[in-house]
Design a protein around this ligand. Structure first.
Ligand SMILES: [Zn+2]
Ligand SMILES: [Zn+2]
Length: 261
């Protein structure tokens, strides 16, 4: 493997569904031979939105302090950065602007986890896929991805082809390509998210064909394990790098919300 290995997508227990302390994630990264990590825990959102799956606004300072402490402890051994995985959900942009303005973040992922009130990647609500036309789900989903790219709030789009998580693959693909055009135009990167290899679909986000389409549009990739426990840090990065390099893609990181590499 060549180049610095950097895992730019991982969580902390503050989101309520991850285990292990931030220092354990950092130690796992060192043990896996990584040069750096960026914590990207789920942002606070307005109280009515998905509250059990994210830190509260009054925990944001704690999050920053926790990551800063790990940064200090691992200084000189591991490059530790401070980021967020934010949700794009129309109507919450102004709230999010407040969160993003509150601290000096290195990297902000924009993810779509909801179409309207439906949490599309929540295993509890898989049945909803049978109630809808799948091509329509993807059209709605990628329209939201385009909204995220156009909002100017994010550095990258999280887990691009997320609706495939439980095996409901995109029957058409046109909406995805249009979204990639918008992502390229707006200068965002893609979260290359290896968590998909741990899900029923058993495929990273984005899929190999979308990885190629993104690379052809000059869209760079940010490697992320989406670890929700320390043992997942750096998960299948060798395979990720191969999938990206096979199509001539470029891998970058973010610091101070500026792209590097
Ligand atoms: Zn999570
Ligand atoms: Zn996510």
């Amino acid at each position: 493997m060549t180049g610095p290995l950097f895992d730019s997508h991982m969580h902390t227990p503050l989101c309520g569904h991850a285990t292990g302390s931030p220092r354990e994630y950092a130690q796992a990264a060192l043990d896996a031979g990584l040069t750096g990590i960026c914590f990207t825990d789920h942002t606070p959102m307005p109280a009515w939105y998905d509250a059990p799956w994210r830190m509260r606004l009054d925990q944001l300072t704690q999050y920053v302090e926790d990551v800063r402490a790990v940064q200090a402890e691992f200084s000189g051994r591991l490059d530790v950065r401070l980021g967020l995985e934010a949700d794009f959900h129309p109507g919450t942009e102004r709230y999010l602007e407040g969160v993003l303005g509150a601290h000096a973040w290195d990297y902000v992922i924009g993810s779509i986890h909801y179409i309207g009130a439906w949490g599309l990647d929540n295993p509890e609500f898989i049945a909803e896929y049978d109630n809808r036309d799948l091509a329509g789900v993807y059209r709605d989903y990628y329209a939201l991805v385009e909204g995220a790219a156009k909002s100017g709030l994010f550095d990258s789009i999280g887990h691009l082809d997320l609706p495939k998580k439980f095996g409901h693959r995109d029957p058409d693909g046109y909406a995805a390509l249009h979204a990639l055009d918008v992502i390229a135009e707006r200068g965002l990167s893609l979260d290359f998210n290896t968590a998909g290899w741990r899900k029923p679909v058993a495929e990273a986000y984005p899929a190999p064909d979308l990885t190629r389409q993104a690379a052809e549009r000059g869209i760079p990739f940010v490697l992320g394990s989406d670890a929700h426990k320390p043992g997942e840090v750096g998960h299948r990065f060798t395979d990720a790098i191969k999938q990206i390099h096979d199509v001539g893609g470029r891998i970058v990181t973010y610091q101070g919300r500026m792209r590097h590499g």
